[in-house]
Design a protein around this ligand. Structure first.
Ligand SMILES: *Cc1c(COP(=O)(O)O)cnc(C)c1O
Length: 464
């Protein structure tokens, strides 16, 4: 399997090189040159596979040339054995034909563990074979940082540096990062906001000369293809449990950077009968505005009760646009260049292609709270604010009550107690028992000024 850039001006790469790169050198994102397609007969035969074995079967074509199927299976078994639920991604019923897919049973209680627990292990295998050491560098406003740290903590050849805005992440989120102690783990609290952190990370990626010879940066944000690949699996797993391939299933996905829902779109293109794919956004609704108007334009960042979806641009949407443009990389590159400075409008064929694949809905903080409270009232199920947005959008957009509608529950409610309190639910969401001592664990974190030089000096000084 080879991977090509959405902007058409970068060399095609094999899986390993794509995993070890961030953006393509032409500014695009890597996508598979062709997708595997699975038949109904193949899917029927998968009914007996547990999560880890299904994951290896589905991902195998993507890593061809890097890992053989038995090697990959050993890795997925180890990865998902670390999740705290025997079903790994259990389904919970909320209403008639209405389901939640709980994706928060990994070590940091959010869906990002599905990809990052795997990515750490894949990096380890690749770097050991190549006798290389890399620096993982990322910025986080919350969930990505802790999932990346947990994913890389046991990697022999990775030094990981995660920037977060000082005093602007929740206490649970901070502690999930700073209480993971290890010589290769470095938390940096930047005296600035999330955009400042992200800007310094971008600058460092574009000029890596501050690193010693032979060392490079690896991106673990959701533009990394390996993360998308790992997320395709749970769409298949859930749909098979609900009757696929005989029966179609719909999904509603709380969306920020468009990584998670893009994986659902790929699952459909790989043969899974997916009826609706609902893009559920918070007040940061660039995608909902695009779907409604065919115009794609930035707006100011809103700080919401669902901080992991607070984005201005959904980076991975470029991968879907590439398909809506019929893989015309030149036309897409032109659009993305114009988009940098102004709002752009796409041709009728492009918006029609987008609307054939996705429905969208935007949920503000008041609706989020009402949904948390309403669902708790109905069934005593406590939704986190991101999952609540998914449930609300699912209920608004659903077109056929005979088709199971599955909302991706992307985080555990204990990560976001403020939102639960704001919703007026009297019950405080408890951390799972294995994390009950989170508030007693020692923390390690450096506070640095918003100065890229100082951050880079720090990285050079601490890396092995
Ligand atoms: C990251 C995150 C999202 C958004 O996922 P994308 O892949 O960026 O669309 C939604 N919910 C939670 C809890 C997250 O951590």
């Amino acid at each position: 399997m080879r991977y090509i850039s959405t902007r058409g001006q970068a060399p095609a790469l094999a899986f390993e090189d794509v995993m070890l790169t961030g953006l393509a050198p032409d500014g695009g994102l890597y996508v598979p040159e062709t997708l595997p397609r699975f038949s109904a007969g193949q899917m029927r035969a998968w009914a007996k596979l547990d999560y880890a074995d299904l994951a290896a079967t589905i991902m195998q074509p993507f890593v061809e040339g890097f890992l053989a199927e038995d090697e990959l299976r050993a890795i997925t078994r180890e990865t998902y054995a670390g999740f705290r639920h025997p079903a790994v991604a259990p389904l919970v019923q909320l209403g008639h034909n209405e389901w939640l897919l709980e994706l928060f049973h990994g070590p940091t209680l959010a869906f990002k563990d599905f990809a990052l627990q795997l990515l750490g292990r894949l990096l380890d295998v690749s770097l050991a074979r190549r006798h290389q050491r890399v620096v993982v560098l990322g910025a986080t406003s919350g969930d990505t940082g802790s999932a990346a740290i947990e994913g890389c903590r046991r990697c022999a050849n990775v030094d990981i540096f995660i920037l977060h805005p000082h005093q602007r992440v929740s206490e649970v989120q901070r502690r999930q990062m700073t209480t993971v102690l290890g010589d290769n783990i470095h938390n940096i609290a930047v005296q600035g906001n999330f955009d400042d952190c992200q800007e310094m990370v971008k600058q460092s990626f574009s000029d890596q000369s501050f690193l010693p010879e032979g060392r490079r940066l690896v991106a673990v944000n959701s533009i990394n293809w390996a993360r998308i690949m790992a997320q395709i699996v749970y769409y298949f797993h859930a749909a098979l449990a609900l009757g696929a391939p005989e029966r179609a299933v719909s999904f509603s996905v709380p969306t920020g950077n468009f990584g998670d829902i893009y994986a659902g779109y790929l699952a459909r293109r790989m043969g899974l009968p997916v009826r609706q794919l609902v893009i559920a956004t918070n007040a940061n609704d660039i995608l909902h505005r695009f779907m409604s108007s065919s115009r794609y334009g930035k707006s100011a960042l809103a700080h919401t009760l669902s901080p992991s979806m607070d984005i201005v641009i959904s980076s991975n949407f470029e991968r879907a646009l590439f398909e809506f443009y019929g893989r015309d990389a030149a036309a897409l590159a032109d659009l993305m260049n114009r988009f940098r400075s102004s709002e752009v409008e796409v041709p009728a064929t492009v918006i029609a292609a987008a609307r054939a694949e996705f429905t969208s809905f935007s949920v503000d903080d008041a609706m989020t709270c009402a949904t948390i409270a309403g669902v708790y009232e109905e069934s005593e199920y406590l939704l986190d604010p991101h999952s609540a947005i998914g449930v609300r959008a699912a209920r608004e957009c659903r077109d056929d009550p005979a088709v199971p509608m599955v909302t991706l529950a992307t985080a555990h409610p204990a990560k976001f107690p403020e939102a639960i309190a704001r919703a007026g639910v009297a019950r405080e969401p408890a951390l799972p028992h294995y994390m009950a001592d989170l508030f007693e664990r020692p923390e390690r974190c450096a506070v640095l000024p918003h100065e890229v030089r100082e951050v880079q000096d720090f990285i050079r000084g601490r890396m092995a």
